[in-house]
Design a protein around this ligand. Structure first.
Ligand code: SAH
Length: 400
């Protein structure tokens, strides 16, 4: 076997210990000696203060996280075989999905699948990929090649249009085809429900796959009920609810006109008459305030807002927004109604969310029963050594 030599970086004493736990980040402050003669994103071997090999990863001198680890095996070069084995391992986990029921899932979840900086979502026989770090950007061609070799999909679309790329010193790009062909609209199945996805223009990769299990869980509460879905996007929660019975009625609210148009089509696609439901292009906060003024009441309210904060410094602002939102949600919920409240930012934890719900209920002189707690689905595995990479929490409550 060819022996590959990578530039080395050495750690300060004891800074290798966290890596033994399986953590994949090395902050710049932990480096005794940064690697020399290396371009941003280049591969690097990490040595302990004693000079022993600890791990191999990629280096970015321009970010707080100086090195992200790819392997702790000194024999493992970062090559085609490495990428293919990581992809294979990730694909094996997703075999839990029965293709007759579910054809869309996150295939590679960055750190959670041992490939920091890489997100790949599978939509039927197409992939949509996002690159979040300089290191993966350098491996772009190899990653595409390995994905094609392992999965033989019809096409791969690269969505490098996330603003978060700037933090890594990366350009924000237009969506670009990197393999085969990807149409403007893809049809997928999720728990037997059909969805149309716009991989080119849709938000993020086109669909929020991390809500699959919560959408399924919502069904049992929705039969014959009046349901309000705020921040509905293309109607994920809405269509699951609407399919429960002809007596179920669903109001979907989102600011995105294109998402709402797609939601309408998705109802039809699933044999639900969209004319019996409401699709509103509106600010959810404004809608809720108006609904409350009118004295409208729902049996079930879903609140799945975008991340109100992405950084720790914005946390107090975010907490305020969640508090206001959940208060409004409870005000349009009839006594004994079900509230599904989600938060997709790592900055606000489960305890924060539960605290907010409890305080909001107190203000309204109502009591809350916690029924179910969720995080992401199985296709968003979290490396247990890195709980900080978990972001989604969702709780079902009954508000009396
Ligand atoms: N629940 C959705 C995903 C929601 S993502 C699903 O299951 O697919 C968040 C959504 O909030 C996006 O569709 C975005 O367009 C919308 N949004 C952002 N700010 C909003 C606001 N102030 N009012 C209403 N919708 C908003």
């Amino acid at each position: 076997m060819a022996i590959v030599h990578y530039p080395t970086a050495s750690l300060k004493p004891h800074k290798d210990e966290i890596l033994q736990s399986g953590h994949l980040w090395i902050f710049s402050g932990a480096l005794q000696q940064p690697p020399r003669w290396i371009e941003a994103g280049g591969l690097v071997d990490v040595k302990s203060a004693m000079g022993q090999f600890v791990a191999r990863g990629y280096y970015n001198p321009n970010t707080d996280i100086a090195i992200r680890i790819l392997t702790r095996d000194s024999e493992e070069a970062i090559d085609n075989a490495f990428l293919r084995s990581r992809i294979r391992r990730a694909a094996q986990l997703r075999e839990v999905f029965d293709p007759r029921e579910t054809t869309a899932y996150r295939l590679i979840n960055s750190e959670g699948d041992g490939l920091p900086g890489l997100i790949v979502d599978r939509f039927a026989d197409m992939l949509v990929m996002q690159i979040h770090t300089m290191g993966i950007e350098r491996l772009r061609l190899q990653v595409v090649e390995a994905l094609m070799q392992e999965l033989g999909v019809r096409g791969i679309l690269l969505r490098n249009d996330s603003q978060s790329r700037r933090r890594e010193g990366l350009e924000v790009e237009e969506p670009v085809l990197v393999a085969g062909a990807v149409p403007e609209q893809v049809t997928i199945l999720e728990n037997g429900v059909s969805f149309l996805i716009d991989p080119w223009q849709g938000q993020k990769t086109g669909f929020f796959l991390d809500q699959r299990d919560k959408r399924a869980a919502l069904r049992k509460y929705a039969r014959d009920k009046r349901v309000l879905n705020c921040f509905s996007y293309t109607g994920g929660f809405s269509v699951y609810a609407a399919m429960m019975s002809d007596e179920t009625s669903v109001t979907s609210v989102d600011v995105s006109e294109s998402a709402m148009e797609l939601a309408y089509q998705i109802f039809t696609l699933n044999g639900v008459d969209p004319e019996r439901h409401e699709f509103l292009i509106a600010d959810a906060f404004e809608y809720l305030e108006d609904a409350q003024q009118r004295g409208e009441l729902f049996d079930v309210v879903v609140l799945d807002p975008p991340a109100f904060a992405k950084t720790q410094s914005a946390q107090s602002q975010a907490l305020k927004a969640y508090r206001r939102l959940n208060l409004l949600g409870m005000q349009v919920l009839r006594p004994g109604g079900i509230l599904l409240s989600c938060s997709c930012t790592g900055v606000v934890g489960l305890d924060d969310l539960l605290g907010i719900l409890s305080q909001d209920a107190q203000r309204l002189n109502r009591s809350v029963q916690l029924l179910e707690t969720y995080t992401h689905g199985v296709d968003h595995p979290i490396n247990l050594a890195m709980p900080e990479t978990s972001y989604l929490k969702a709780v079902f409550c009954r508000v009396n």
